[in-house]
Write a protein that binds this ligand. Structure first.
Ligand code: 13P
Length: 278
């Protein structure tokens, strides 16, 4: 099964009234675990990495591994740049064969976000790649020290933004945040519903870690077609390493590595089941 465009998956999700899981990866074990879960569930999947995470997982190492994993998978896999902040990083990801890129202009003034998103759409179209943008501000942070204050997406602005940019999918802010929620978030489904009624562009939910199954299902019923999961997989991997190293006298990488991949596999599989309404 080839490396595919994210757009094709979003259409599939729309037709099947479900969402595609976009799972962040940072190393080989995470890629192996995520692909194994998707193959077992026989479902499309998105592998993604954020620009800020490339401090730990440099683009020239992680990108070829992600693209190769996609090309060799038994299910459709899209490879996505999450939270692209610079045009240079977006261009490089496209050159490495990413089939989708996100331009995160959410902290820019509205008009500047539109202009930069249009520039990214023009560049991505040269590669036939999909573009995600963000409007409003998702809370928490994505590999940053600054914690962003949530600003919900304005449904009117979302319509104007999608019409002016022609973006393929839009990340919305509805009370969601990156990282572990200190308390269960109260997602603004009323805001999501008004966006869904106005905008035909597929919608994306960031900050998936810690959201309940019921909330995921409700979000999907209101037009969410891509859901991002990062922290839960990174935590699962780190916890598996902690558990393993605390139980043996002499830790052995060749046992630890499949353990870490398995921890990510379990987390990805659990989320895929919810996103497919299974
Ligand atoms: P979490 O880290 O909360 O799962 O968020 C993932 C995400 O939205 C990545 O962009």
């Amino acid at each position: 099964m080839p490396l595919v465009k994210m757009n094709d998956m979003l259409r599939w999700a729309e037709d099947n009234n479900c969402a595609v899981g976009a799972f962040s990866v940072g190393n080989m074990e995470m890629i192996i675990g995520a692909i194994k879960a998707a193959e077992e569930m026989n479902t499309p999947i998105i592998l993604q990495i954020a620009e800020k995470r490339m401090k730990q997982s440099p683009m020239h190492l992680i990108a070829p591994m992600m693209v190769s994993a996609a090309k060799n998978a038994k299910v459709p896999v899209a490879v996505h740049l999450d939270h692209g902040l610079t045009f240079e990083c977006i261009k490089t990801a496209l050159e490495y064969g990413f089939t989708s890129v996100m331009l995160d202009g959410s902290l820019l003034p509205f008009e500047e976000n539109i202009e930069l998103t249009k520039k990214v759409c023009a560049e991505a179209s040269r590669y036939g790649a999909t573009v995600e943008a963000e409007l409003g501000v998702v809370g928490g942070n994505e590999g940053d020290t600054a914690v962003h204050k949530i600003t919900c997406t304005d449904p009117e602005k979302a319509l104007e933004f999608c019409e002016k940019t022609g973006v393929d999918c839009l990340a919305v802010a509805i009370g969601n945040a990156h990282g572990n929620y200190p308390v269960l978030p109260e997602l603004r489904f009323d805001v999501l519903e008004s966006i869904y009624k106005k905008v035909s562009t597929p919608l994306v939910l960031h900050g998936g870690t810690g959201i309940t199954d019921e909330m995921f299902r409700k979000a999907i019923s209101l037009g969410i077609r891509k859901i991002n999961i990062a922290t839960a997989s990174f935590d699962a991997l780190a916890m598996s390493a902690k558990k393993y190293t605390s139980t043996v006298e002499k830790p052995d990488y060749f046992t630890l590595s499949p353990d870490m991949a398995d921890a990510v596999y379990e987390n990805v599989k659990k989320h895929i089941k919810i996103f497919l309404n299974k």
